[in-house]
Design a protein around this ligand. Sequence first.
Ligand code: FE2
Length: 299
Amino acid sequence: MQNTRTLVHVIESMPTSDGAGVKLRRSLGSQRGLHVDPFLMLDEFYSDDPDDYIAGFPAHPHRGFETVTYMLDGHMRHEDHLGNRGDLGPGDVQWMTAAHGIIHSEMPQQSQGRMRGFQLWLNLPSKEKMKPAAYRDIPARDIPTLTLPHGGEVKVIAGSIAQGGALARGPVNGDGAMSTDPLYLDVRLPAGASFDAPVPAGRNAFLYVYEGSARIGAAGEAKPLPHRAAGVLSDGDGVRVLADAGGVRFLLLAARPLREPVVQYGPFVMNTREEIEQALADYRDGRLAAATAPSAVHG
Ligand code: FE2
């Protein structure tokens, strides 16, 4: 790497709740106006107490972006108005493109035990915000795992990564076809191990540490990224992560920025206030979902 990215901003995750009272920790999206374009929000849910998750996320709408759910532990069921139904278990991913509109529920399928995972919100460009909704279930077996030479492993959910002569391509891989061309890695490093990931210049990138802690950046200028915090990276052509004594597990996310205005109102993310008002009216009048029904004609 010629130009290693540096850690420019640390966003500590904040305890919050969403849905019908699911307890979670929000890093990205917890500070109003602070996004890593095109990423809007990252929530981590992690509890052994069913009271924290049992109420789930009953039917609710989305418009204008994508929601990506990645389960580490537990069992959740997704159902939406298009008739899609998906069971998410450990290691599974659901990539849901709300676009014009989706009404879905995300409900726990367990009454005890651990529920753990992430939900990421990824924005869509204005020209794609009103395209038909799409839905994709990605089982854990379709997510390649790369073993690192000095120990540790990388799961490639989206994008691709080259390590030691091997190239791993994730199941979501736009090859430039997706406007944001996202990279989504789940990385585990043992104590003291380091990991160098190329992240093309011009992409916005951040990390989220969900176990242990790490130092981010080139030797001599590395900065600490604590447990359960998001670290926003400067531009550059790659990132270097050095695991602390307890080892580290983290997500690495990068994507092409959209550089468009973001107007968010709850589960709707558009470019203007007028478009938000339209989304609210469409939801109220039953048009949010209706226009994307299979029989609908898309103009
Ligand atoms: Fe949702």
